[in-house]
Design a binder for this molecule. Sequence first.
Ligand code: ZN
Length: 305
Amino acid sequence: MKAIAAAFLLVLAQPAHAWFDAGHQAIAAAAFVQLEPEAQQKVGRLLALHPDYPAWTTGVPEPERTKIAFIRASTWADDIKRRQDFWKNALAEDGEHATDNIGYGDRRSHPYWHYMDLPFSPDGAPTSAAPEPNALTQIRVFAKTLGSDASDEVKSYDLVWLEHLIADAHQPLHATSRFSKRLPKGDSGGNLELICLSFVCGLKLHAFWDSLLGQSGEPADAIETAARLPGPDPDRVGELEPRVWFEESAALAQAVVYKNAIGDGEGPFELDQAYQAQAREIARAQAALAAARLAGILNAALSRK
Ligand SMILES: [Zn+2]
């Protein structure tokens, strides 16, 4: 028990990467089977241009390569935040290069592309708007470029980013930040709120939400998780305007993430079983929705030409 608690603590103590690898991979696996044949074929051609494609597909039988590469590609945007051959700069440091869309020659990891924190305040503290570029501006750019006659190398890069960011957009804490008198610059999507689970204390609220779709980084596990996801909400699945995804996520954050167990004080807040069960259910519903919408965006961009 102690060993399990220690391992879980270690995982939750990592810097925020938004849905751990398992979540991103499960969303990708669920999206892949919803791609039209033509889109699947183009995805295969574009992923083959990725510098990591040989590593992703080593030992994978030919008919499985596109699917496995697509699943592995879903975490690349997080991987590069930890790699020595990429620079992890803040938005201000990247300056005019913050919006570069130049393909794999770009060695910036753009950590500020992973979220758009729509602000709210429970105690009347002043808030500030989400800076740009952010996940919304980049989803728009990448989706548009993917359907254009840009070079295949840039489209490959944009595809891999889209896969990742559309999943991030559906994690409620990638869409909001709580401003308060205690945290006047916001809580960075729950990264500054601490929580306790039954056996361990001092974890980040953000990391708890990232962990809800599992801890594995293996594509085979992701395929299994994907197969067990619920069907996407039929009333929301057709919504392909990305701004709405962030608004939905921010609303979920206020209605659920910051409710009940999470108070306005300093914490750490004890997450009871009811909170955890509801969180898991919402994460699975959001993952199903993210997958269907990712497939919708890719089908629209890649199926017509
Ligand atoms: Zn991310």
